[in-house]
Structures are given as structure tokens and as C-alpha cells.
Ligand binder design. Structure first.
Ligand SMILES: Nc1ncnc2c1ncn2[C@@H]1O[C@H](CCC(=O)c2cccc(C(=O)O)c2)[C@@H](O)[C@H]1O
Ligand SMILES: [Zn+2]
Length: 364
């Protein structure tokens, strides 16, 4: 199991005001309106959905018992994580699987008061496995519209290139993202995911150029499993407007100053970094250095059920690491709104909800 911060595990007693405070902060976080900017589609499948799909496809190595998934989702390193991730990708075989997954992910987000989420989807992984491209787009759009009507959660898409699958995957992802007939209405950004070692960022420049020319925003993963030079490459070649993880940026003061000056947000996912062993322990996580350097830090969950976490827990972890009270946590939530690709009216709406909620919570 991952190093999960559970405030309710703090010993409580009549004299333990710290424990009571931690519990209150949990309550505050649970009701806080939030934006989630870095969460993967397949990586958000709940244990119930994964188990249900695994039972439907007995040829898969994924356990069909939700309890057994805890062990299955314990990773020895980043490569092992990607291996397991792809075994879950293999379970998504029909447009109806895609629709159900997307709708259920939205339900889980809504439950955590997520008002707006940019969901990272890897369409190449589905189309190469035989799902019809148009049916795929219709499935995610159908779920997006239902989620907005039924849960009030606004979903937007980031299509990412699974870099290790080569330039064929880059070409296909770019085609799916920029062809008018296919491009879904909810698509706002273009990303790059998977392992970084042996997958240099500069080779993806022509694809990002095409996506940016088509109006998409650039949000590659970088500096998750390699050094700060990968973050520089993402900025220089891929014109990144936000960085997925960017953990190793802490090793380069000039880079931190550059990120701060240009308001390039980091999508920080603390528990993910421990679960994939990108960072050794939560206490060694560089989030504090980012804040100290003035970088715009956003809090995200990445692949929550696979890492035994959710967005609320990530906020609780961040509050502990940064020693934040309610106002500090609300500021983090507002960072995500600022760094999001919502329009100005949408940003003002969610920001207003955060302020109203916080004022109500803190009122005597
Ligand atoms: N923490 C993360 N950091 C980085 N990425 C993460 C993270 N979490 C989830 N991902 C996702 O993993 C995918 C990787 C898929 C991949 O590498 C691959 C390689 C070869 C073939 C195929 C295929 O589909 O046939 C896929 C990425 O596109 C990304 O969306
Ligand atoms: Zn990610």
C-alpha cells in the first residue's frame, strides 16, 4: 500500500487539538469545490469497474476480485506500473466500455466536489486495439454531456501521445486530435505520457506544433522519472504551458525561477510519485521547494485507484507537507482554477464557489 496520509489515523483524544484540527481539515477538503488537471482516464477506473471488466474478460491477467487489486496495484518501479496500466487498458474493448468508464470516472470526481476536470485520454491505445475511432469519440462525448447534466461536473479532454509506443502513436494521436470530423468538442489540450527514459521529448516537436496550430494547449509529462533537462526540453520543443509532474525541476534553481516567472504550473501528484517510486518518501517530495520558489503548484491525483488515493487525499497530503490551514488549502484549489483551460467566466465561477465555501466554513 502507498504512504497514504490519513488524518483520521492521528491519535485522537480529549487533549489532541491537532488531531481535531486535522479531522476538520479533512471535512473542509471534502466539501471544497475543486479543479483536477492531471488525472488519467483508464488510470481512474475504480476497483469495482476494473473487477467487473476483468470478470467479463477472463483471458486477462487482471484480478476480478476487488480485494486482490490492492496487491496487483503495488508497483516495484515505474516500468512495472506501466505494465500493469496496460493490462487494464487491455480490458477496455468496446465503445460501451469507454462510455461506462468515462461516466463512472465523472461520478467519482463529482463525489469529491470536483467542478472541472481535464481528463488525460490516450486514444491511440484504444484505436490500435480495434475500437472504432468515431465510436470512441462519441462514447467520451456522450459521457461528458451526461456528467455535466447529471453531476454538474464539467469535463474536458487532453489527448496524450504514449511516447514509448513510438512516432506512429504520435502521428495517430495528432490525427485524431486535429481532424475536424473526429476531434471531440471537449478536447482542449495535447500531452505526452508514459516512460521518459529513452523517449526524448524533442522528437515530438512536429506533432505538438500541429496540435498547437489547431488550437490545443501543450501539457506534456516531464521530469517525472528523468532530470530537469527533460522539463527544459518540454518547454523549449513542446512549448509546454503546464508540466505533468515536473518533480525533478527542484534540482535546477534556474528552471524553478523560469517556471515561476512564466506562471508555468506544475501538476503535482504526490502519492503517485511514491507509488511509482519516482520519489522515495512523501517527506522527500519537493513540493515545498516549488512553493518556496514561487512556482504555481496544482494538486492532482494522476491514477487514483491504482495508487490507493483520491483528490481529497492528495489535498490532505499537500496540506500536511506544506503545513497549510483551510485558507492555504483553498489557495491551492484556486491555483488549479488559474492554471486550468477554463474560460474566464468559468474560472470566475469556480473561484467564487471556493471563496463562498471557505468563508462559510470559517464563519464563527
Ligand atoms: N504517472 C504517469 N506517468 C506517465 N504516464 C502515465 C502515468 N499514469 C498514466 N500514464 C499513462 O500511461 C500511458 C503509457 C502507455 C504506454 O507507454 C504505451 C507503450 C506502448 C504501447 C502502448 C499501447 O497502448 O499499446 C502504450 C501514457 O500515455 C499515459 O497516459
Ligand atoms: Zn500522469
Amino acid at each position: 500500500m502507498t504512504d497514504r496520509f490519513d488524518a483520521s489515523a492521528v491519535p485522537a483524544g480529549p487533549t489532541s487539538s491537532a488531531a481535531a484540527g486535522a479531522r476538520d481539515l479533512h471535512g473542509f477538503i471534502a466539501g471544497l469545490p475543486k479543479a483536477e488537471l492531471h488525472v488519467h482516464h483508464v488510470g481512474s477506473a475504480s476497483p469495482r469497474i476494473v473487477a467487473e471488466l476483468a470478470a467479463r474478460h477472463p483471458d486477462s491477467k487482471v484480478p476480478s476480485d476487488p480485494e486482490a487489486l490492492v496487491d496487483y496495484f503495488t508497483f516495484t518501479d515505474f516500468a512495472h506500473f506501466i505494465d500493469v496500466y496496460l493490462s487494464v487498458v487491455d480490458l477496455i474493448r468496446t465503445p460501451e466500455d469507454v462510455r461506462l468508464l468515462t461516466y463512472e470516472v465523472a461520478r467519482d470526481l463529482a463525489r469529491q466536489q470536483v467542478r472541472y476536470a481535464e481528463l488525460t485520454i490516450t486514444p491511440f491505445s484504444s484505436t490500435r486495439r480495434g475500437i472504432d475511432e468515431l465510436a470512441f469519440m462519441e462514447a467520451i462525448e456522450d459521457a461528458r454531456k451526461a456528467a455535466e447534466t447529471e453531476f454538474g461536473t464539467v469535463l474536458r479532454w487532453c489527448f496524450d501521445i504514449p511516447g514509448e509506443a513510438g512516432l506512429e502513436s504520435a502521428e495517430e494521436t495528432t490525427r485524431l486530435a486535429t481532424t475536424d470530423r473526429l476531434r471531440p468538442e471537449g478536447l482542449v489540450s495535447f500531452g505526452l505520457g508514459g516512460p521518459e527514459i529513452g523517449v526524448p521529448r524533442p522528437q515530438f516537436k512536429p506533432y505538438f506544433d500541429r496540435a498547437i496550430a489547431a488550437g490545443l494547449r501543450s501539457v506534456p509529462h516531464a521530469g517525472e522519472t528523468t532530470g530537469p533537462e527533460t522539463v527544459w526540453d518540454a518547454l523549449t520543443y513542446l512549448r509546454a504551458e503546464r508540466i505533468g509532474h515536473g518533480t525533478s525541476s527542484a534540482q535546477d534553481e534556474k528552471l524553478l525561477a523560469h517556471l515561476a516567472e512564466h506562471r508555468i504550473a506544475l501538476e503535482v501528484c504526490p502519492t503517485s510519485n511514491i507509488a511509482t517510486r519516482a520519489v522515495r518518501t512523501l517527506d522527500e517530495h519537493p513540493i515545498k521547494e516549488f512553493v518556496k520558489a514561487g512556482v504555481l503548484v496544482t494538486i492532482n491525483s494522476d491514477d487514483p485507484p491504482m495508487f490507493g488515493t483520491d483528490l481529497d487525499n492528495e489535498y490532505a497530503v499537500a496540506a500536511r507537507l506544506l503545513d497549510l490551514d483551510e485558507r492555504g488549502v483553498a489557495d491551492l484549489a484556486k491555483n488549479a482554477v488559474e492554471a486550468s483551460f477554463l474560460d474566464d467566466a468559468g474560472k470566475a465561477r469556480v473561484r467564487g464557489e471556493i471563496d463562498t465555501y471557505t468563508a462559510g466554513w470559517l464563519a464563527p
